[in-house]
Design a protein around this ligand. Structure first.
Ligand code: ZN
Length: 453
C-alpha cells in the first residue's frame, strides 16, 4: 500500500485559490508562477513561447539522478491538471514540508511544464492557434508548442513522463455506473503493445497510482484506450524509452470544475515523486496495472428524464430522454437520445412517469417584459416555454434560464438533437418546464439541479 503523504486535509491548505474554474488561461496561472519564481527551490526557465507569443515555462526542482517530466494542457480546453501543478508548487514550497522535500530533492530531478498550449487555453479549444492538435504533432513537429515539448524531452532525457489531460465526462469505469474520475495509461510504443523495460516501469508506477485511488476514491479509476497512436506524444515518448504515463482527469458527480480530479492529480504527483525517488514502485506486480478496468465511453448521460409520456400520430409511449447540457452555456442543451435508456446512468435523473410531453408555445415580445418569478411561472403555466423577438425587451429578474428562438421550439413530440426546451404536464396542467436542459418545478418555483453536470 502506497504511503499517502498529501492528505485531503493538507490538500485543502495548499490548494491554490482562484483556479476553481471550468477553464484556465495563462492569465490565471501567471500570478502563481510569479509568486514562486523567486523561490530558490525552483528554477524557472522560459522554454519559449506559443505561436501567438505567450510564454511557456519549465520549472526545475531537485537535483537527483532520476528524472521526472510532467506537462499539462497540451489540449487548451483541458486545464484540470494545470491547477494541480500549481497546487504541487504550493505543497513543495510549504515551509512545513521541508522534511518531506529532503527525502527526495537529492534523489529526483523534477521538471514541470504547465500549460503547453496557452493559445488554445485562451480560445477554450483543444487545438493550438494554427488549428493543429499538438498531441498529433509528435512526429511532424510543426507547432512551436510541440517542438518545445520534444526539445524538453531530448534535452532533459527524463526517466519518467507524466502526460496530463482531461477526458470527457461521459466515461464509466468498466461495467460499473461510476464516472471515470481518473484514467491512466502506460501508452504503447508499437501496434503489438509490447512491454519493454521502460513501459514496465510505467505500469508499475501506475500500480502505485491504483493503490492511491483505491484508498482515496475507490471505483473511479479507469484505464484509457491502449491502442497505439503513432502521432501522439505519449506513445512517441514511450518509444524513446521514457516510462510515460497518461493521466486523464474526468467528471465526478456534483463537480462541474473537476476539483475532485484536480485534488487526485496533486496527490498522484506527490506520490509519484516519492515512489520514483524511493523506487517503491518496483514492488508492484504487472497484474495491478492489468486489473484496472478500461474506460467505457458514452456510458453516462448528463440528464435522464425517465418514462415521459409522448404521442406521435396516435402512438403513445413512455420513453426515456437523455439530455446533453451545454456546459457554461457554451452551446444549447440538446435531446441526445430517446427510447429505452435503462442501460445508462447519469449525473441527474428525473422520474417523469406521471407526466407527458407538451410542446411549449412561443411568446412573441412586442414590448418590455419584466420577468419576475410570478410572471415567469404564469407564462409557463399558460403553455409558453420560450420567447421570440428582441431579446433586449426582457428583463430577467430570476436566475432561471430564458430561452429565445425565433424559429420556435414547438415540435409536437421530442426529437433528437432538438434544443432541450419543452413543458411536462399532467391532466391538471403544466407541472415542470425544461428550459435549455434545466428542470424547473413550477409548484416549488425552483430549478431541480444547478447548471452543469
Ligand atoms: Zn487531451
Amino acid at each position: 500500500m502506497t504511503v499517502n503523504t498529501l492528505s485531503v486535509e493538507q490538500y485543502q491548505q495548499i490548494k491554490q485559490s482562484g483556479l476553481d474554474k471550468p477553464q484556465l488561461t495563462y492569465n490565471d496561472i501567471a500570478p502563481v508562477l510569479k509568486q514562486h519564481q523567486q523561490n530558490p527551490l525552483f528554477k524557472f526557465t522560459q522554454l519559449g513561447q506559443s505561436a501567438l507569443g505567450t510564454p511557456i515555462w519549465q520549472i526545475d526542482i531537485g537535483t537527483g539522478p532520476i528524472k521526472l517530466l510532467a506537462w499539462s494542457q497540451m489540449h487548451g480546453d483541458e486545464s484540470t491538471a494545470t491547477a494541480a501543478l500549481m497546487d504541487l508548487l504550493n505543497f513543495i514550497s510549504a515551509a512545513e514540508q521541508k522534511k518531506w522535500r529532503d527525502t527526495w530533492l537529492n534523489e529526483v530531478s523534477l521538471r514541470l511544464v504547465p500549460m503547453v498550449n496557452p493559445d488554445g487555453a485562451a480560445a477554450h479549444t483543444r487545438f493550438n492557434s494554427m488549428g493543429i492538435d499538438i498531441n498529433r504533432d509528435a512526429k511532424a513537429l510543426q507547432t512551436p508548442e510541440g517542438q518545445l515539448l520534444m526539445q524538453v524531452a531530448k534535452d532533459f532525457k527524463p526517466d519518467f513522463g507524466l502526460n496530463l489531460h482531461d477526458q470527457n465526462r461521459f466515461y464509466a469505469v468498466g461495467d460499473s455506473n461510476k464516472q471515470t474520475t481518473i484514467s491512466v495509461l502506460a501508452p504503447a510504443f508499437n501496434d503489438a503493445k509490447d512491454i519493454d523495460a521502460p513501459r514496465k516501469k510505467a505500469m508499475q508506477l501506475i500500480g502505485d497510482m491504483a493503490d492511491l485511488m483505491a484508498q482515496q476514491l475507490p471505483g473511479y479509476l479507469g484505464k484509457y484506450d491502449d491502442t497505439f497512436s503513432w502521432r501522439s506524444f505519449g506513445d512517441t515518448f514511450s518509444g524513446m524509452g521514457i516510462s510515460t504515463i497518461l493521466i486523464e482527469s474526468g467528471g465526478h458527480p456534483a463537480d462541474d470544475n473537476r476539483q475532485v480530479a484536480r485534488r487526485l492529480n496533486t496527490q498522484l504527483l506527490v506520490m509519484s515523486i516519492e515512489s520514483i525517488g524511493s523506487k517503491a514502485y518496483q514492488r508492484q506486480p504487472l497484474t495491478a496495472y492489468q486489473g484496472i478496468p478500461f474506460n467505457r465511453s458514452d456510458a453516462i448521460k448528463d440528464v435522464l428524464i425517465k418514462n415521459l409520456g409522448i404521442s406521435v400520430n396516435g402512438h403513445s409511449a413512455r420513453v426515456d430522454l437523455a439530455l446533453e447540457l451545454g456546459i457554461n452555456n457554451s452551446k444549447p442543451a440538446r435531446i441526445q437520445d430517446i427510447g429505452d435508456l435503462s442501460i445508462y446512468s447519469s449525473y441527474h435523473q428525473f422520474d417523469a412517469s406521471q407526466l407527458v410531453y407538451q410542446a411549449g408555445k412561443t411568446y412573441a415580445l412586442t414590448k418590455k417584459l419584466k420577468l419576475d418569478k410570478t410572471t415567469y411561472l404564469q407564462l409557463l403555466r399558460d403553455g409558453y416555454s420560450h420567447f421570440s423577438g428582441d431579446t433586449k425587451l426582457i428583463e430577467n429578474q430570476t436566475d432561471w434560464p430564458v430561452v429565445f428562438s425565433n424559429k420556435g421550439l414547438n415540435s409536437a413530440y421530442p426529437m433528437r438533437y432538438q434544443q432541450a426546451t419543452f413543458l411536462l404536464a399532467t391532466a391538471e396542467g403544466v407541472e415542470f418546464a425544461l428550459l435549455n436542459g434545466q428542470l424547473l418545478a413550477l409548484t416549488q418555483a425552483r430549478l431541480l439541479y444547478a447548471n452543469g453536470r
